[in-house]
Design a protein around this ligand. Sequence first.
Ligand code: SF4
Length: 292
Amino acid sequence: MSGETLQIKNTFATVQDHSRQFSDFTFVYPVISRRSRGLSIGVNLNPDKICNFDCIYCEVDRRLPGKVSQVDLKQMRDELVAMIRFARDGGLAKEPKFNEVPWLTRDVKDIAFSGDGEPTMIHNFAECAQVVAEVKQQEGLAATKLVLITDAAGLDKADVKRGLAIMDAHQGEVWAKLDAGTEAYFRLVNRTSIKFERILKNLLETALARPIVIQSLFLKVHGEAMPAAELDAYCQRLNDIVRAGGRIKEVHAYTVARPTPEAFATKLSAEELQAIARSIGEKTGLKVLAFE
Ligand code: SF4
């Protein structure tokens, strides 16, 4: 992990606060992210909070209804331009939320499709990717990445593939979730009707087209960390992707950071997470970064 990332302590209030609400913006929000190594501007394509997973650790509060059900492309574009300029002009640095880390707020490390649900569920992902790519280019953010944070369920949709091709041409990166090695554990943690096999197929196909980042959340379920056999199976799934020609740039291993809706879903200690990350590295030979 770089020295710069180490400076972004997970005890900083702004690192813990990944609120998707900033001022009167609807679609765009700023966060200081350790995984992004600095300022990440989030683009929330799901203010309606719709997701095809129901992860036991999901922090999105679905008891309150979402704000809007459609992405207004013009508003999204205007908000993104305003946020980029606000960051670069030093406006964010003066916000109380960022007063511990003002030096991190001017350089936009990435613009991330993320938010209150699953970005690939919207019907016009490619259009959204196009708008964001245009803004990034127009604002001269050549080094800024375009990141899609996804549960991988929709990576096989034609519209999403078109969006990924646009992202590929603009420093795109796919950060895809994989929290399990078997269908049973997948169902336990991600609670979805989507088949595990489809997720694995989508990960492989996406990794055949460009290197991907795997994001995996490890936690305790009713006090039990992931069983050793499950961790072996998980590593096997990663090895399957690589053996079939898929490229995995790195694995991000993390744990619960904020309160979960299910009291039985709890965080691992830093040592437990580090041990899992080490084990994945040994069994797969992949670069693994742990974010406790
Ligand atoms: S995929 Fe993300 S948004 Fe959807 S339930 Fe899981 S953690 Fe929540």
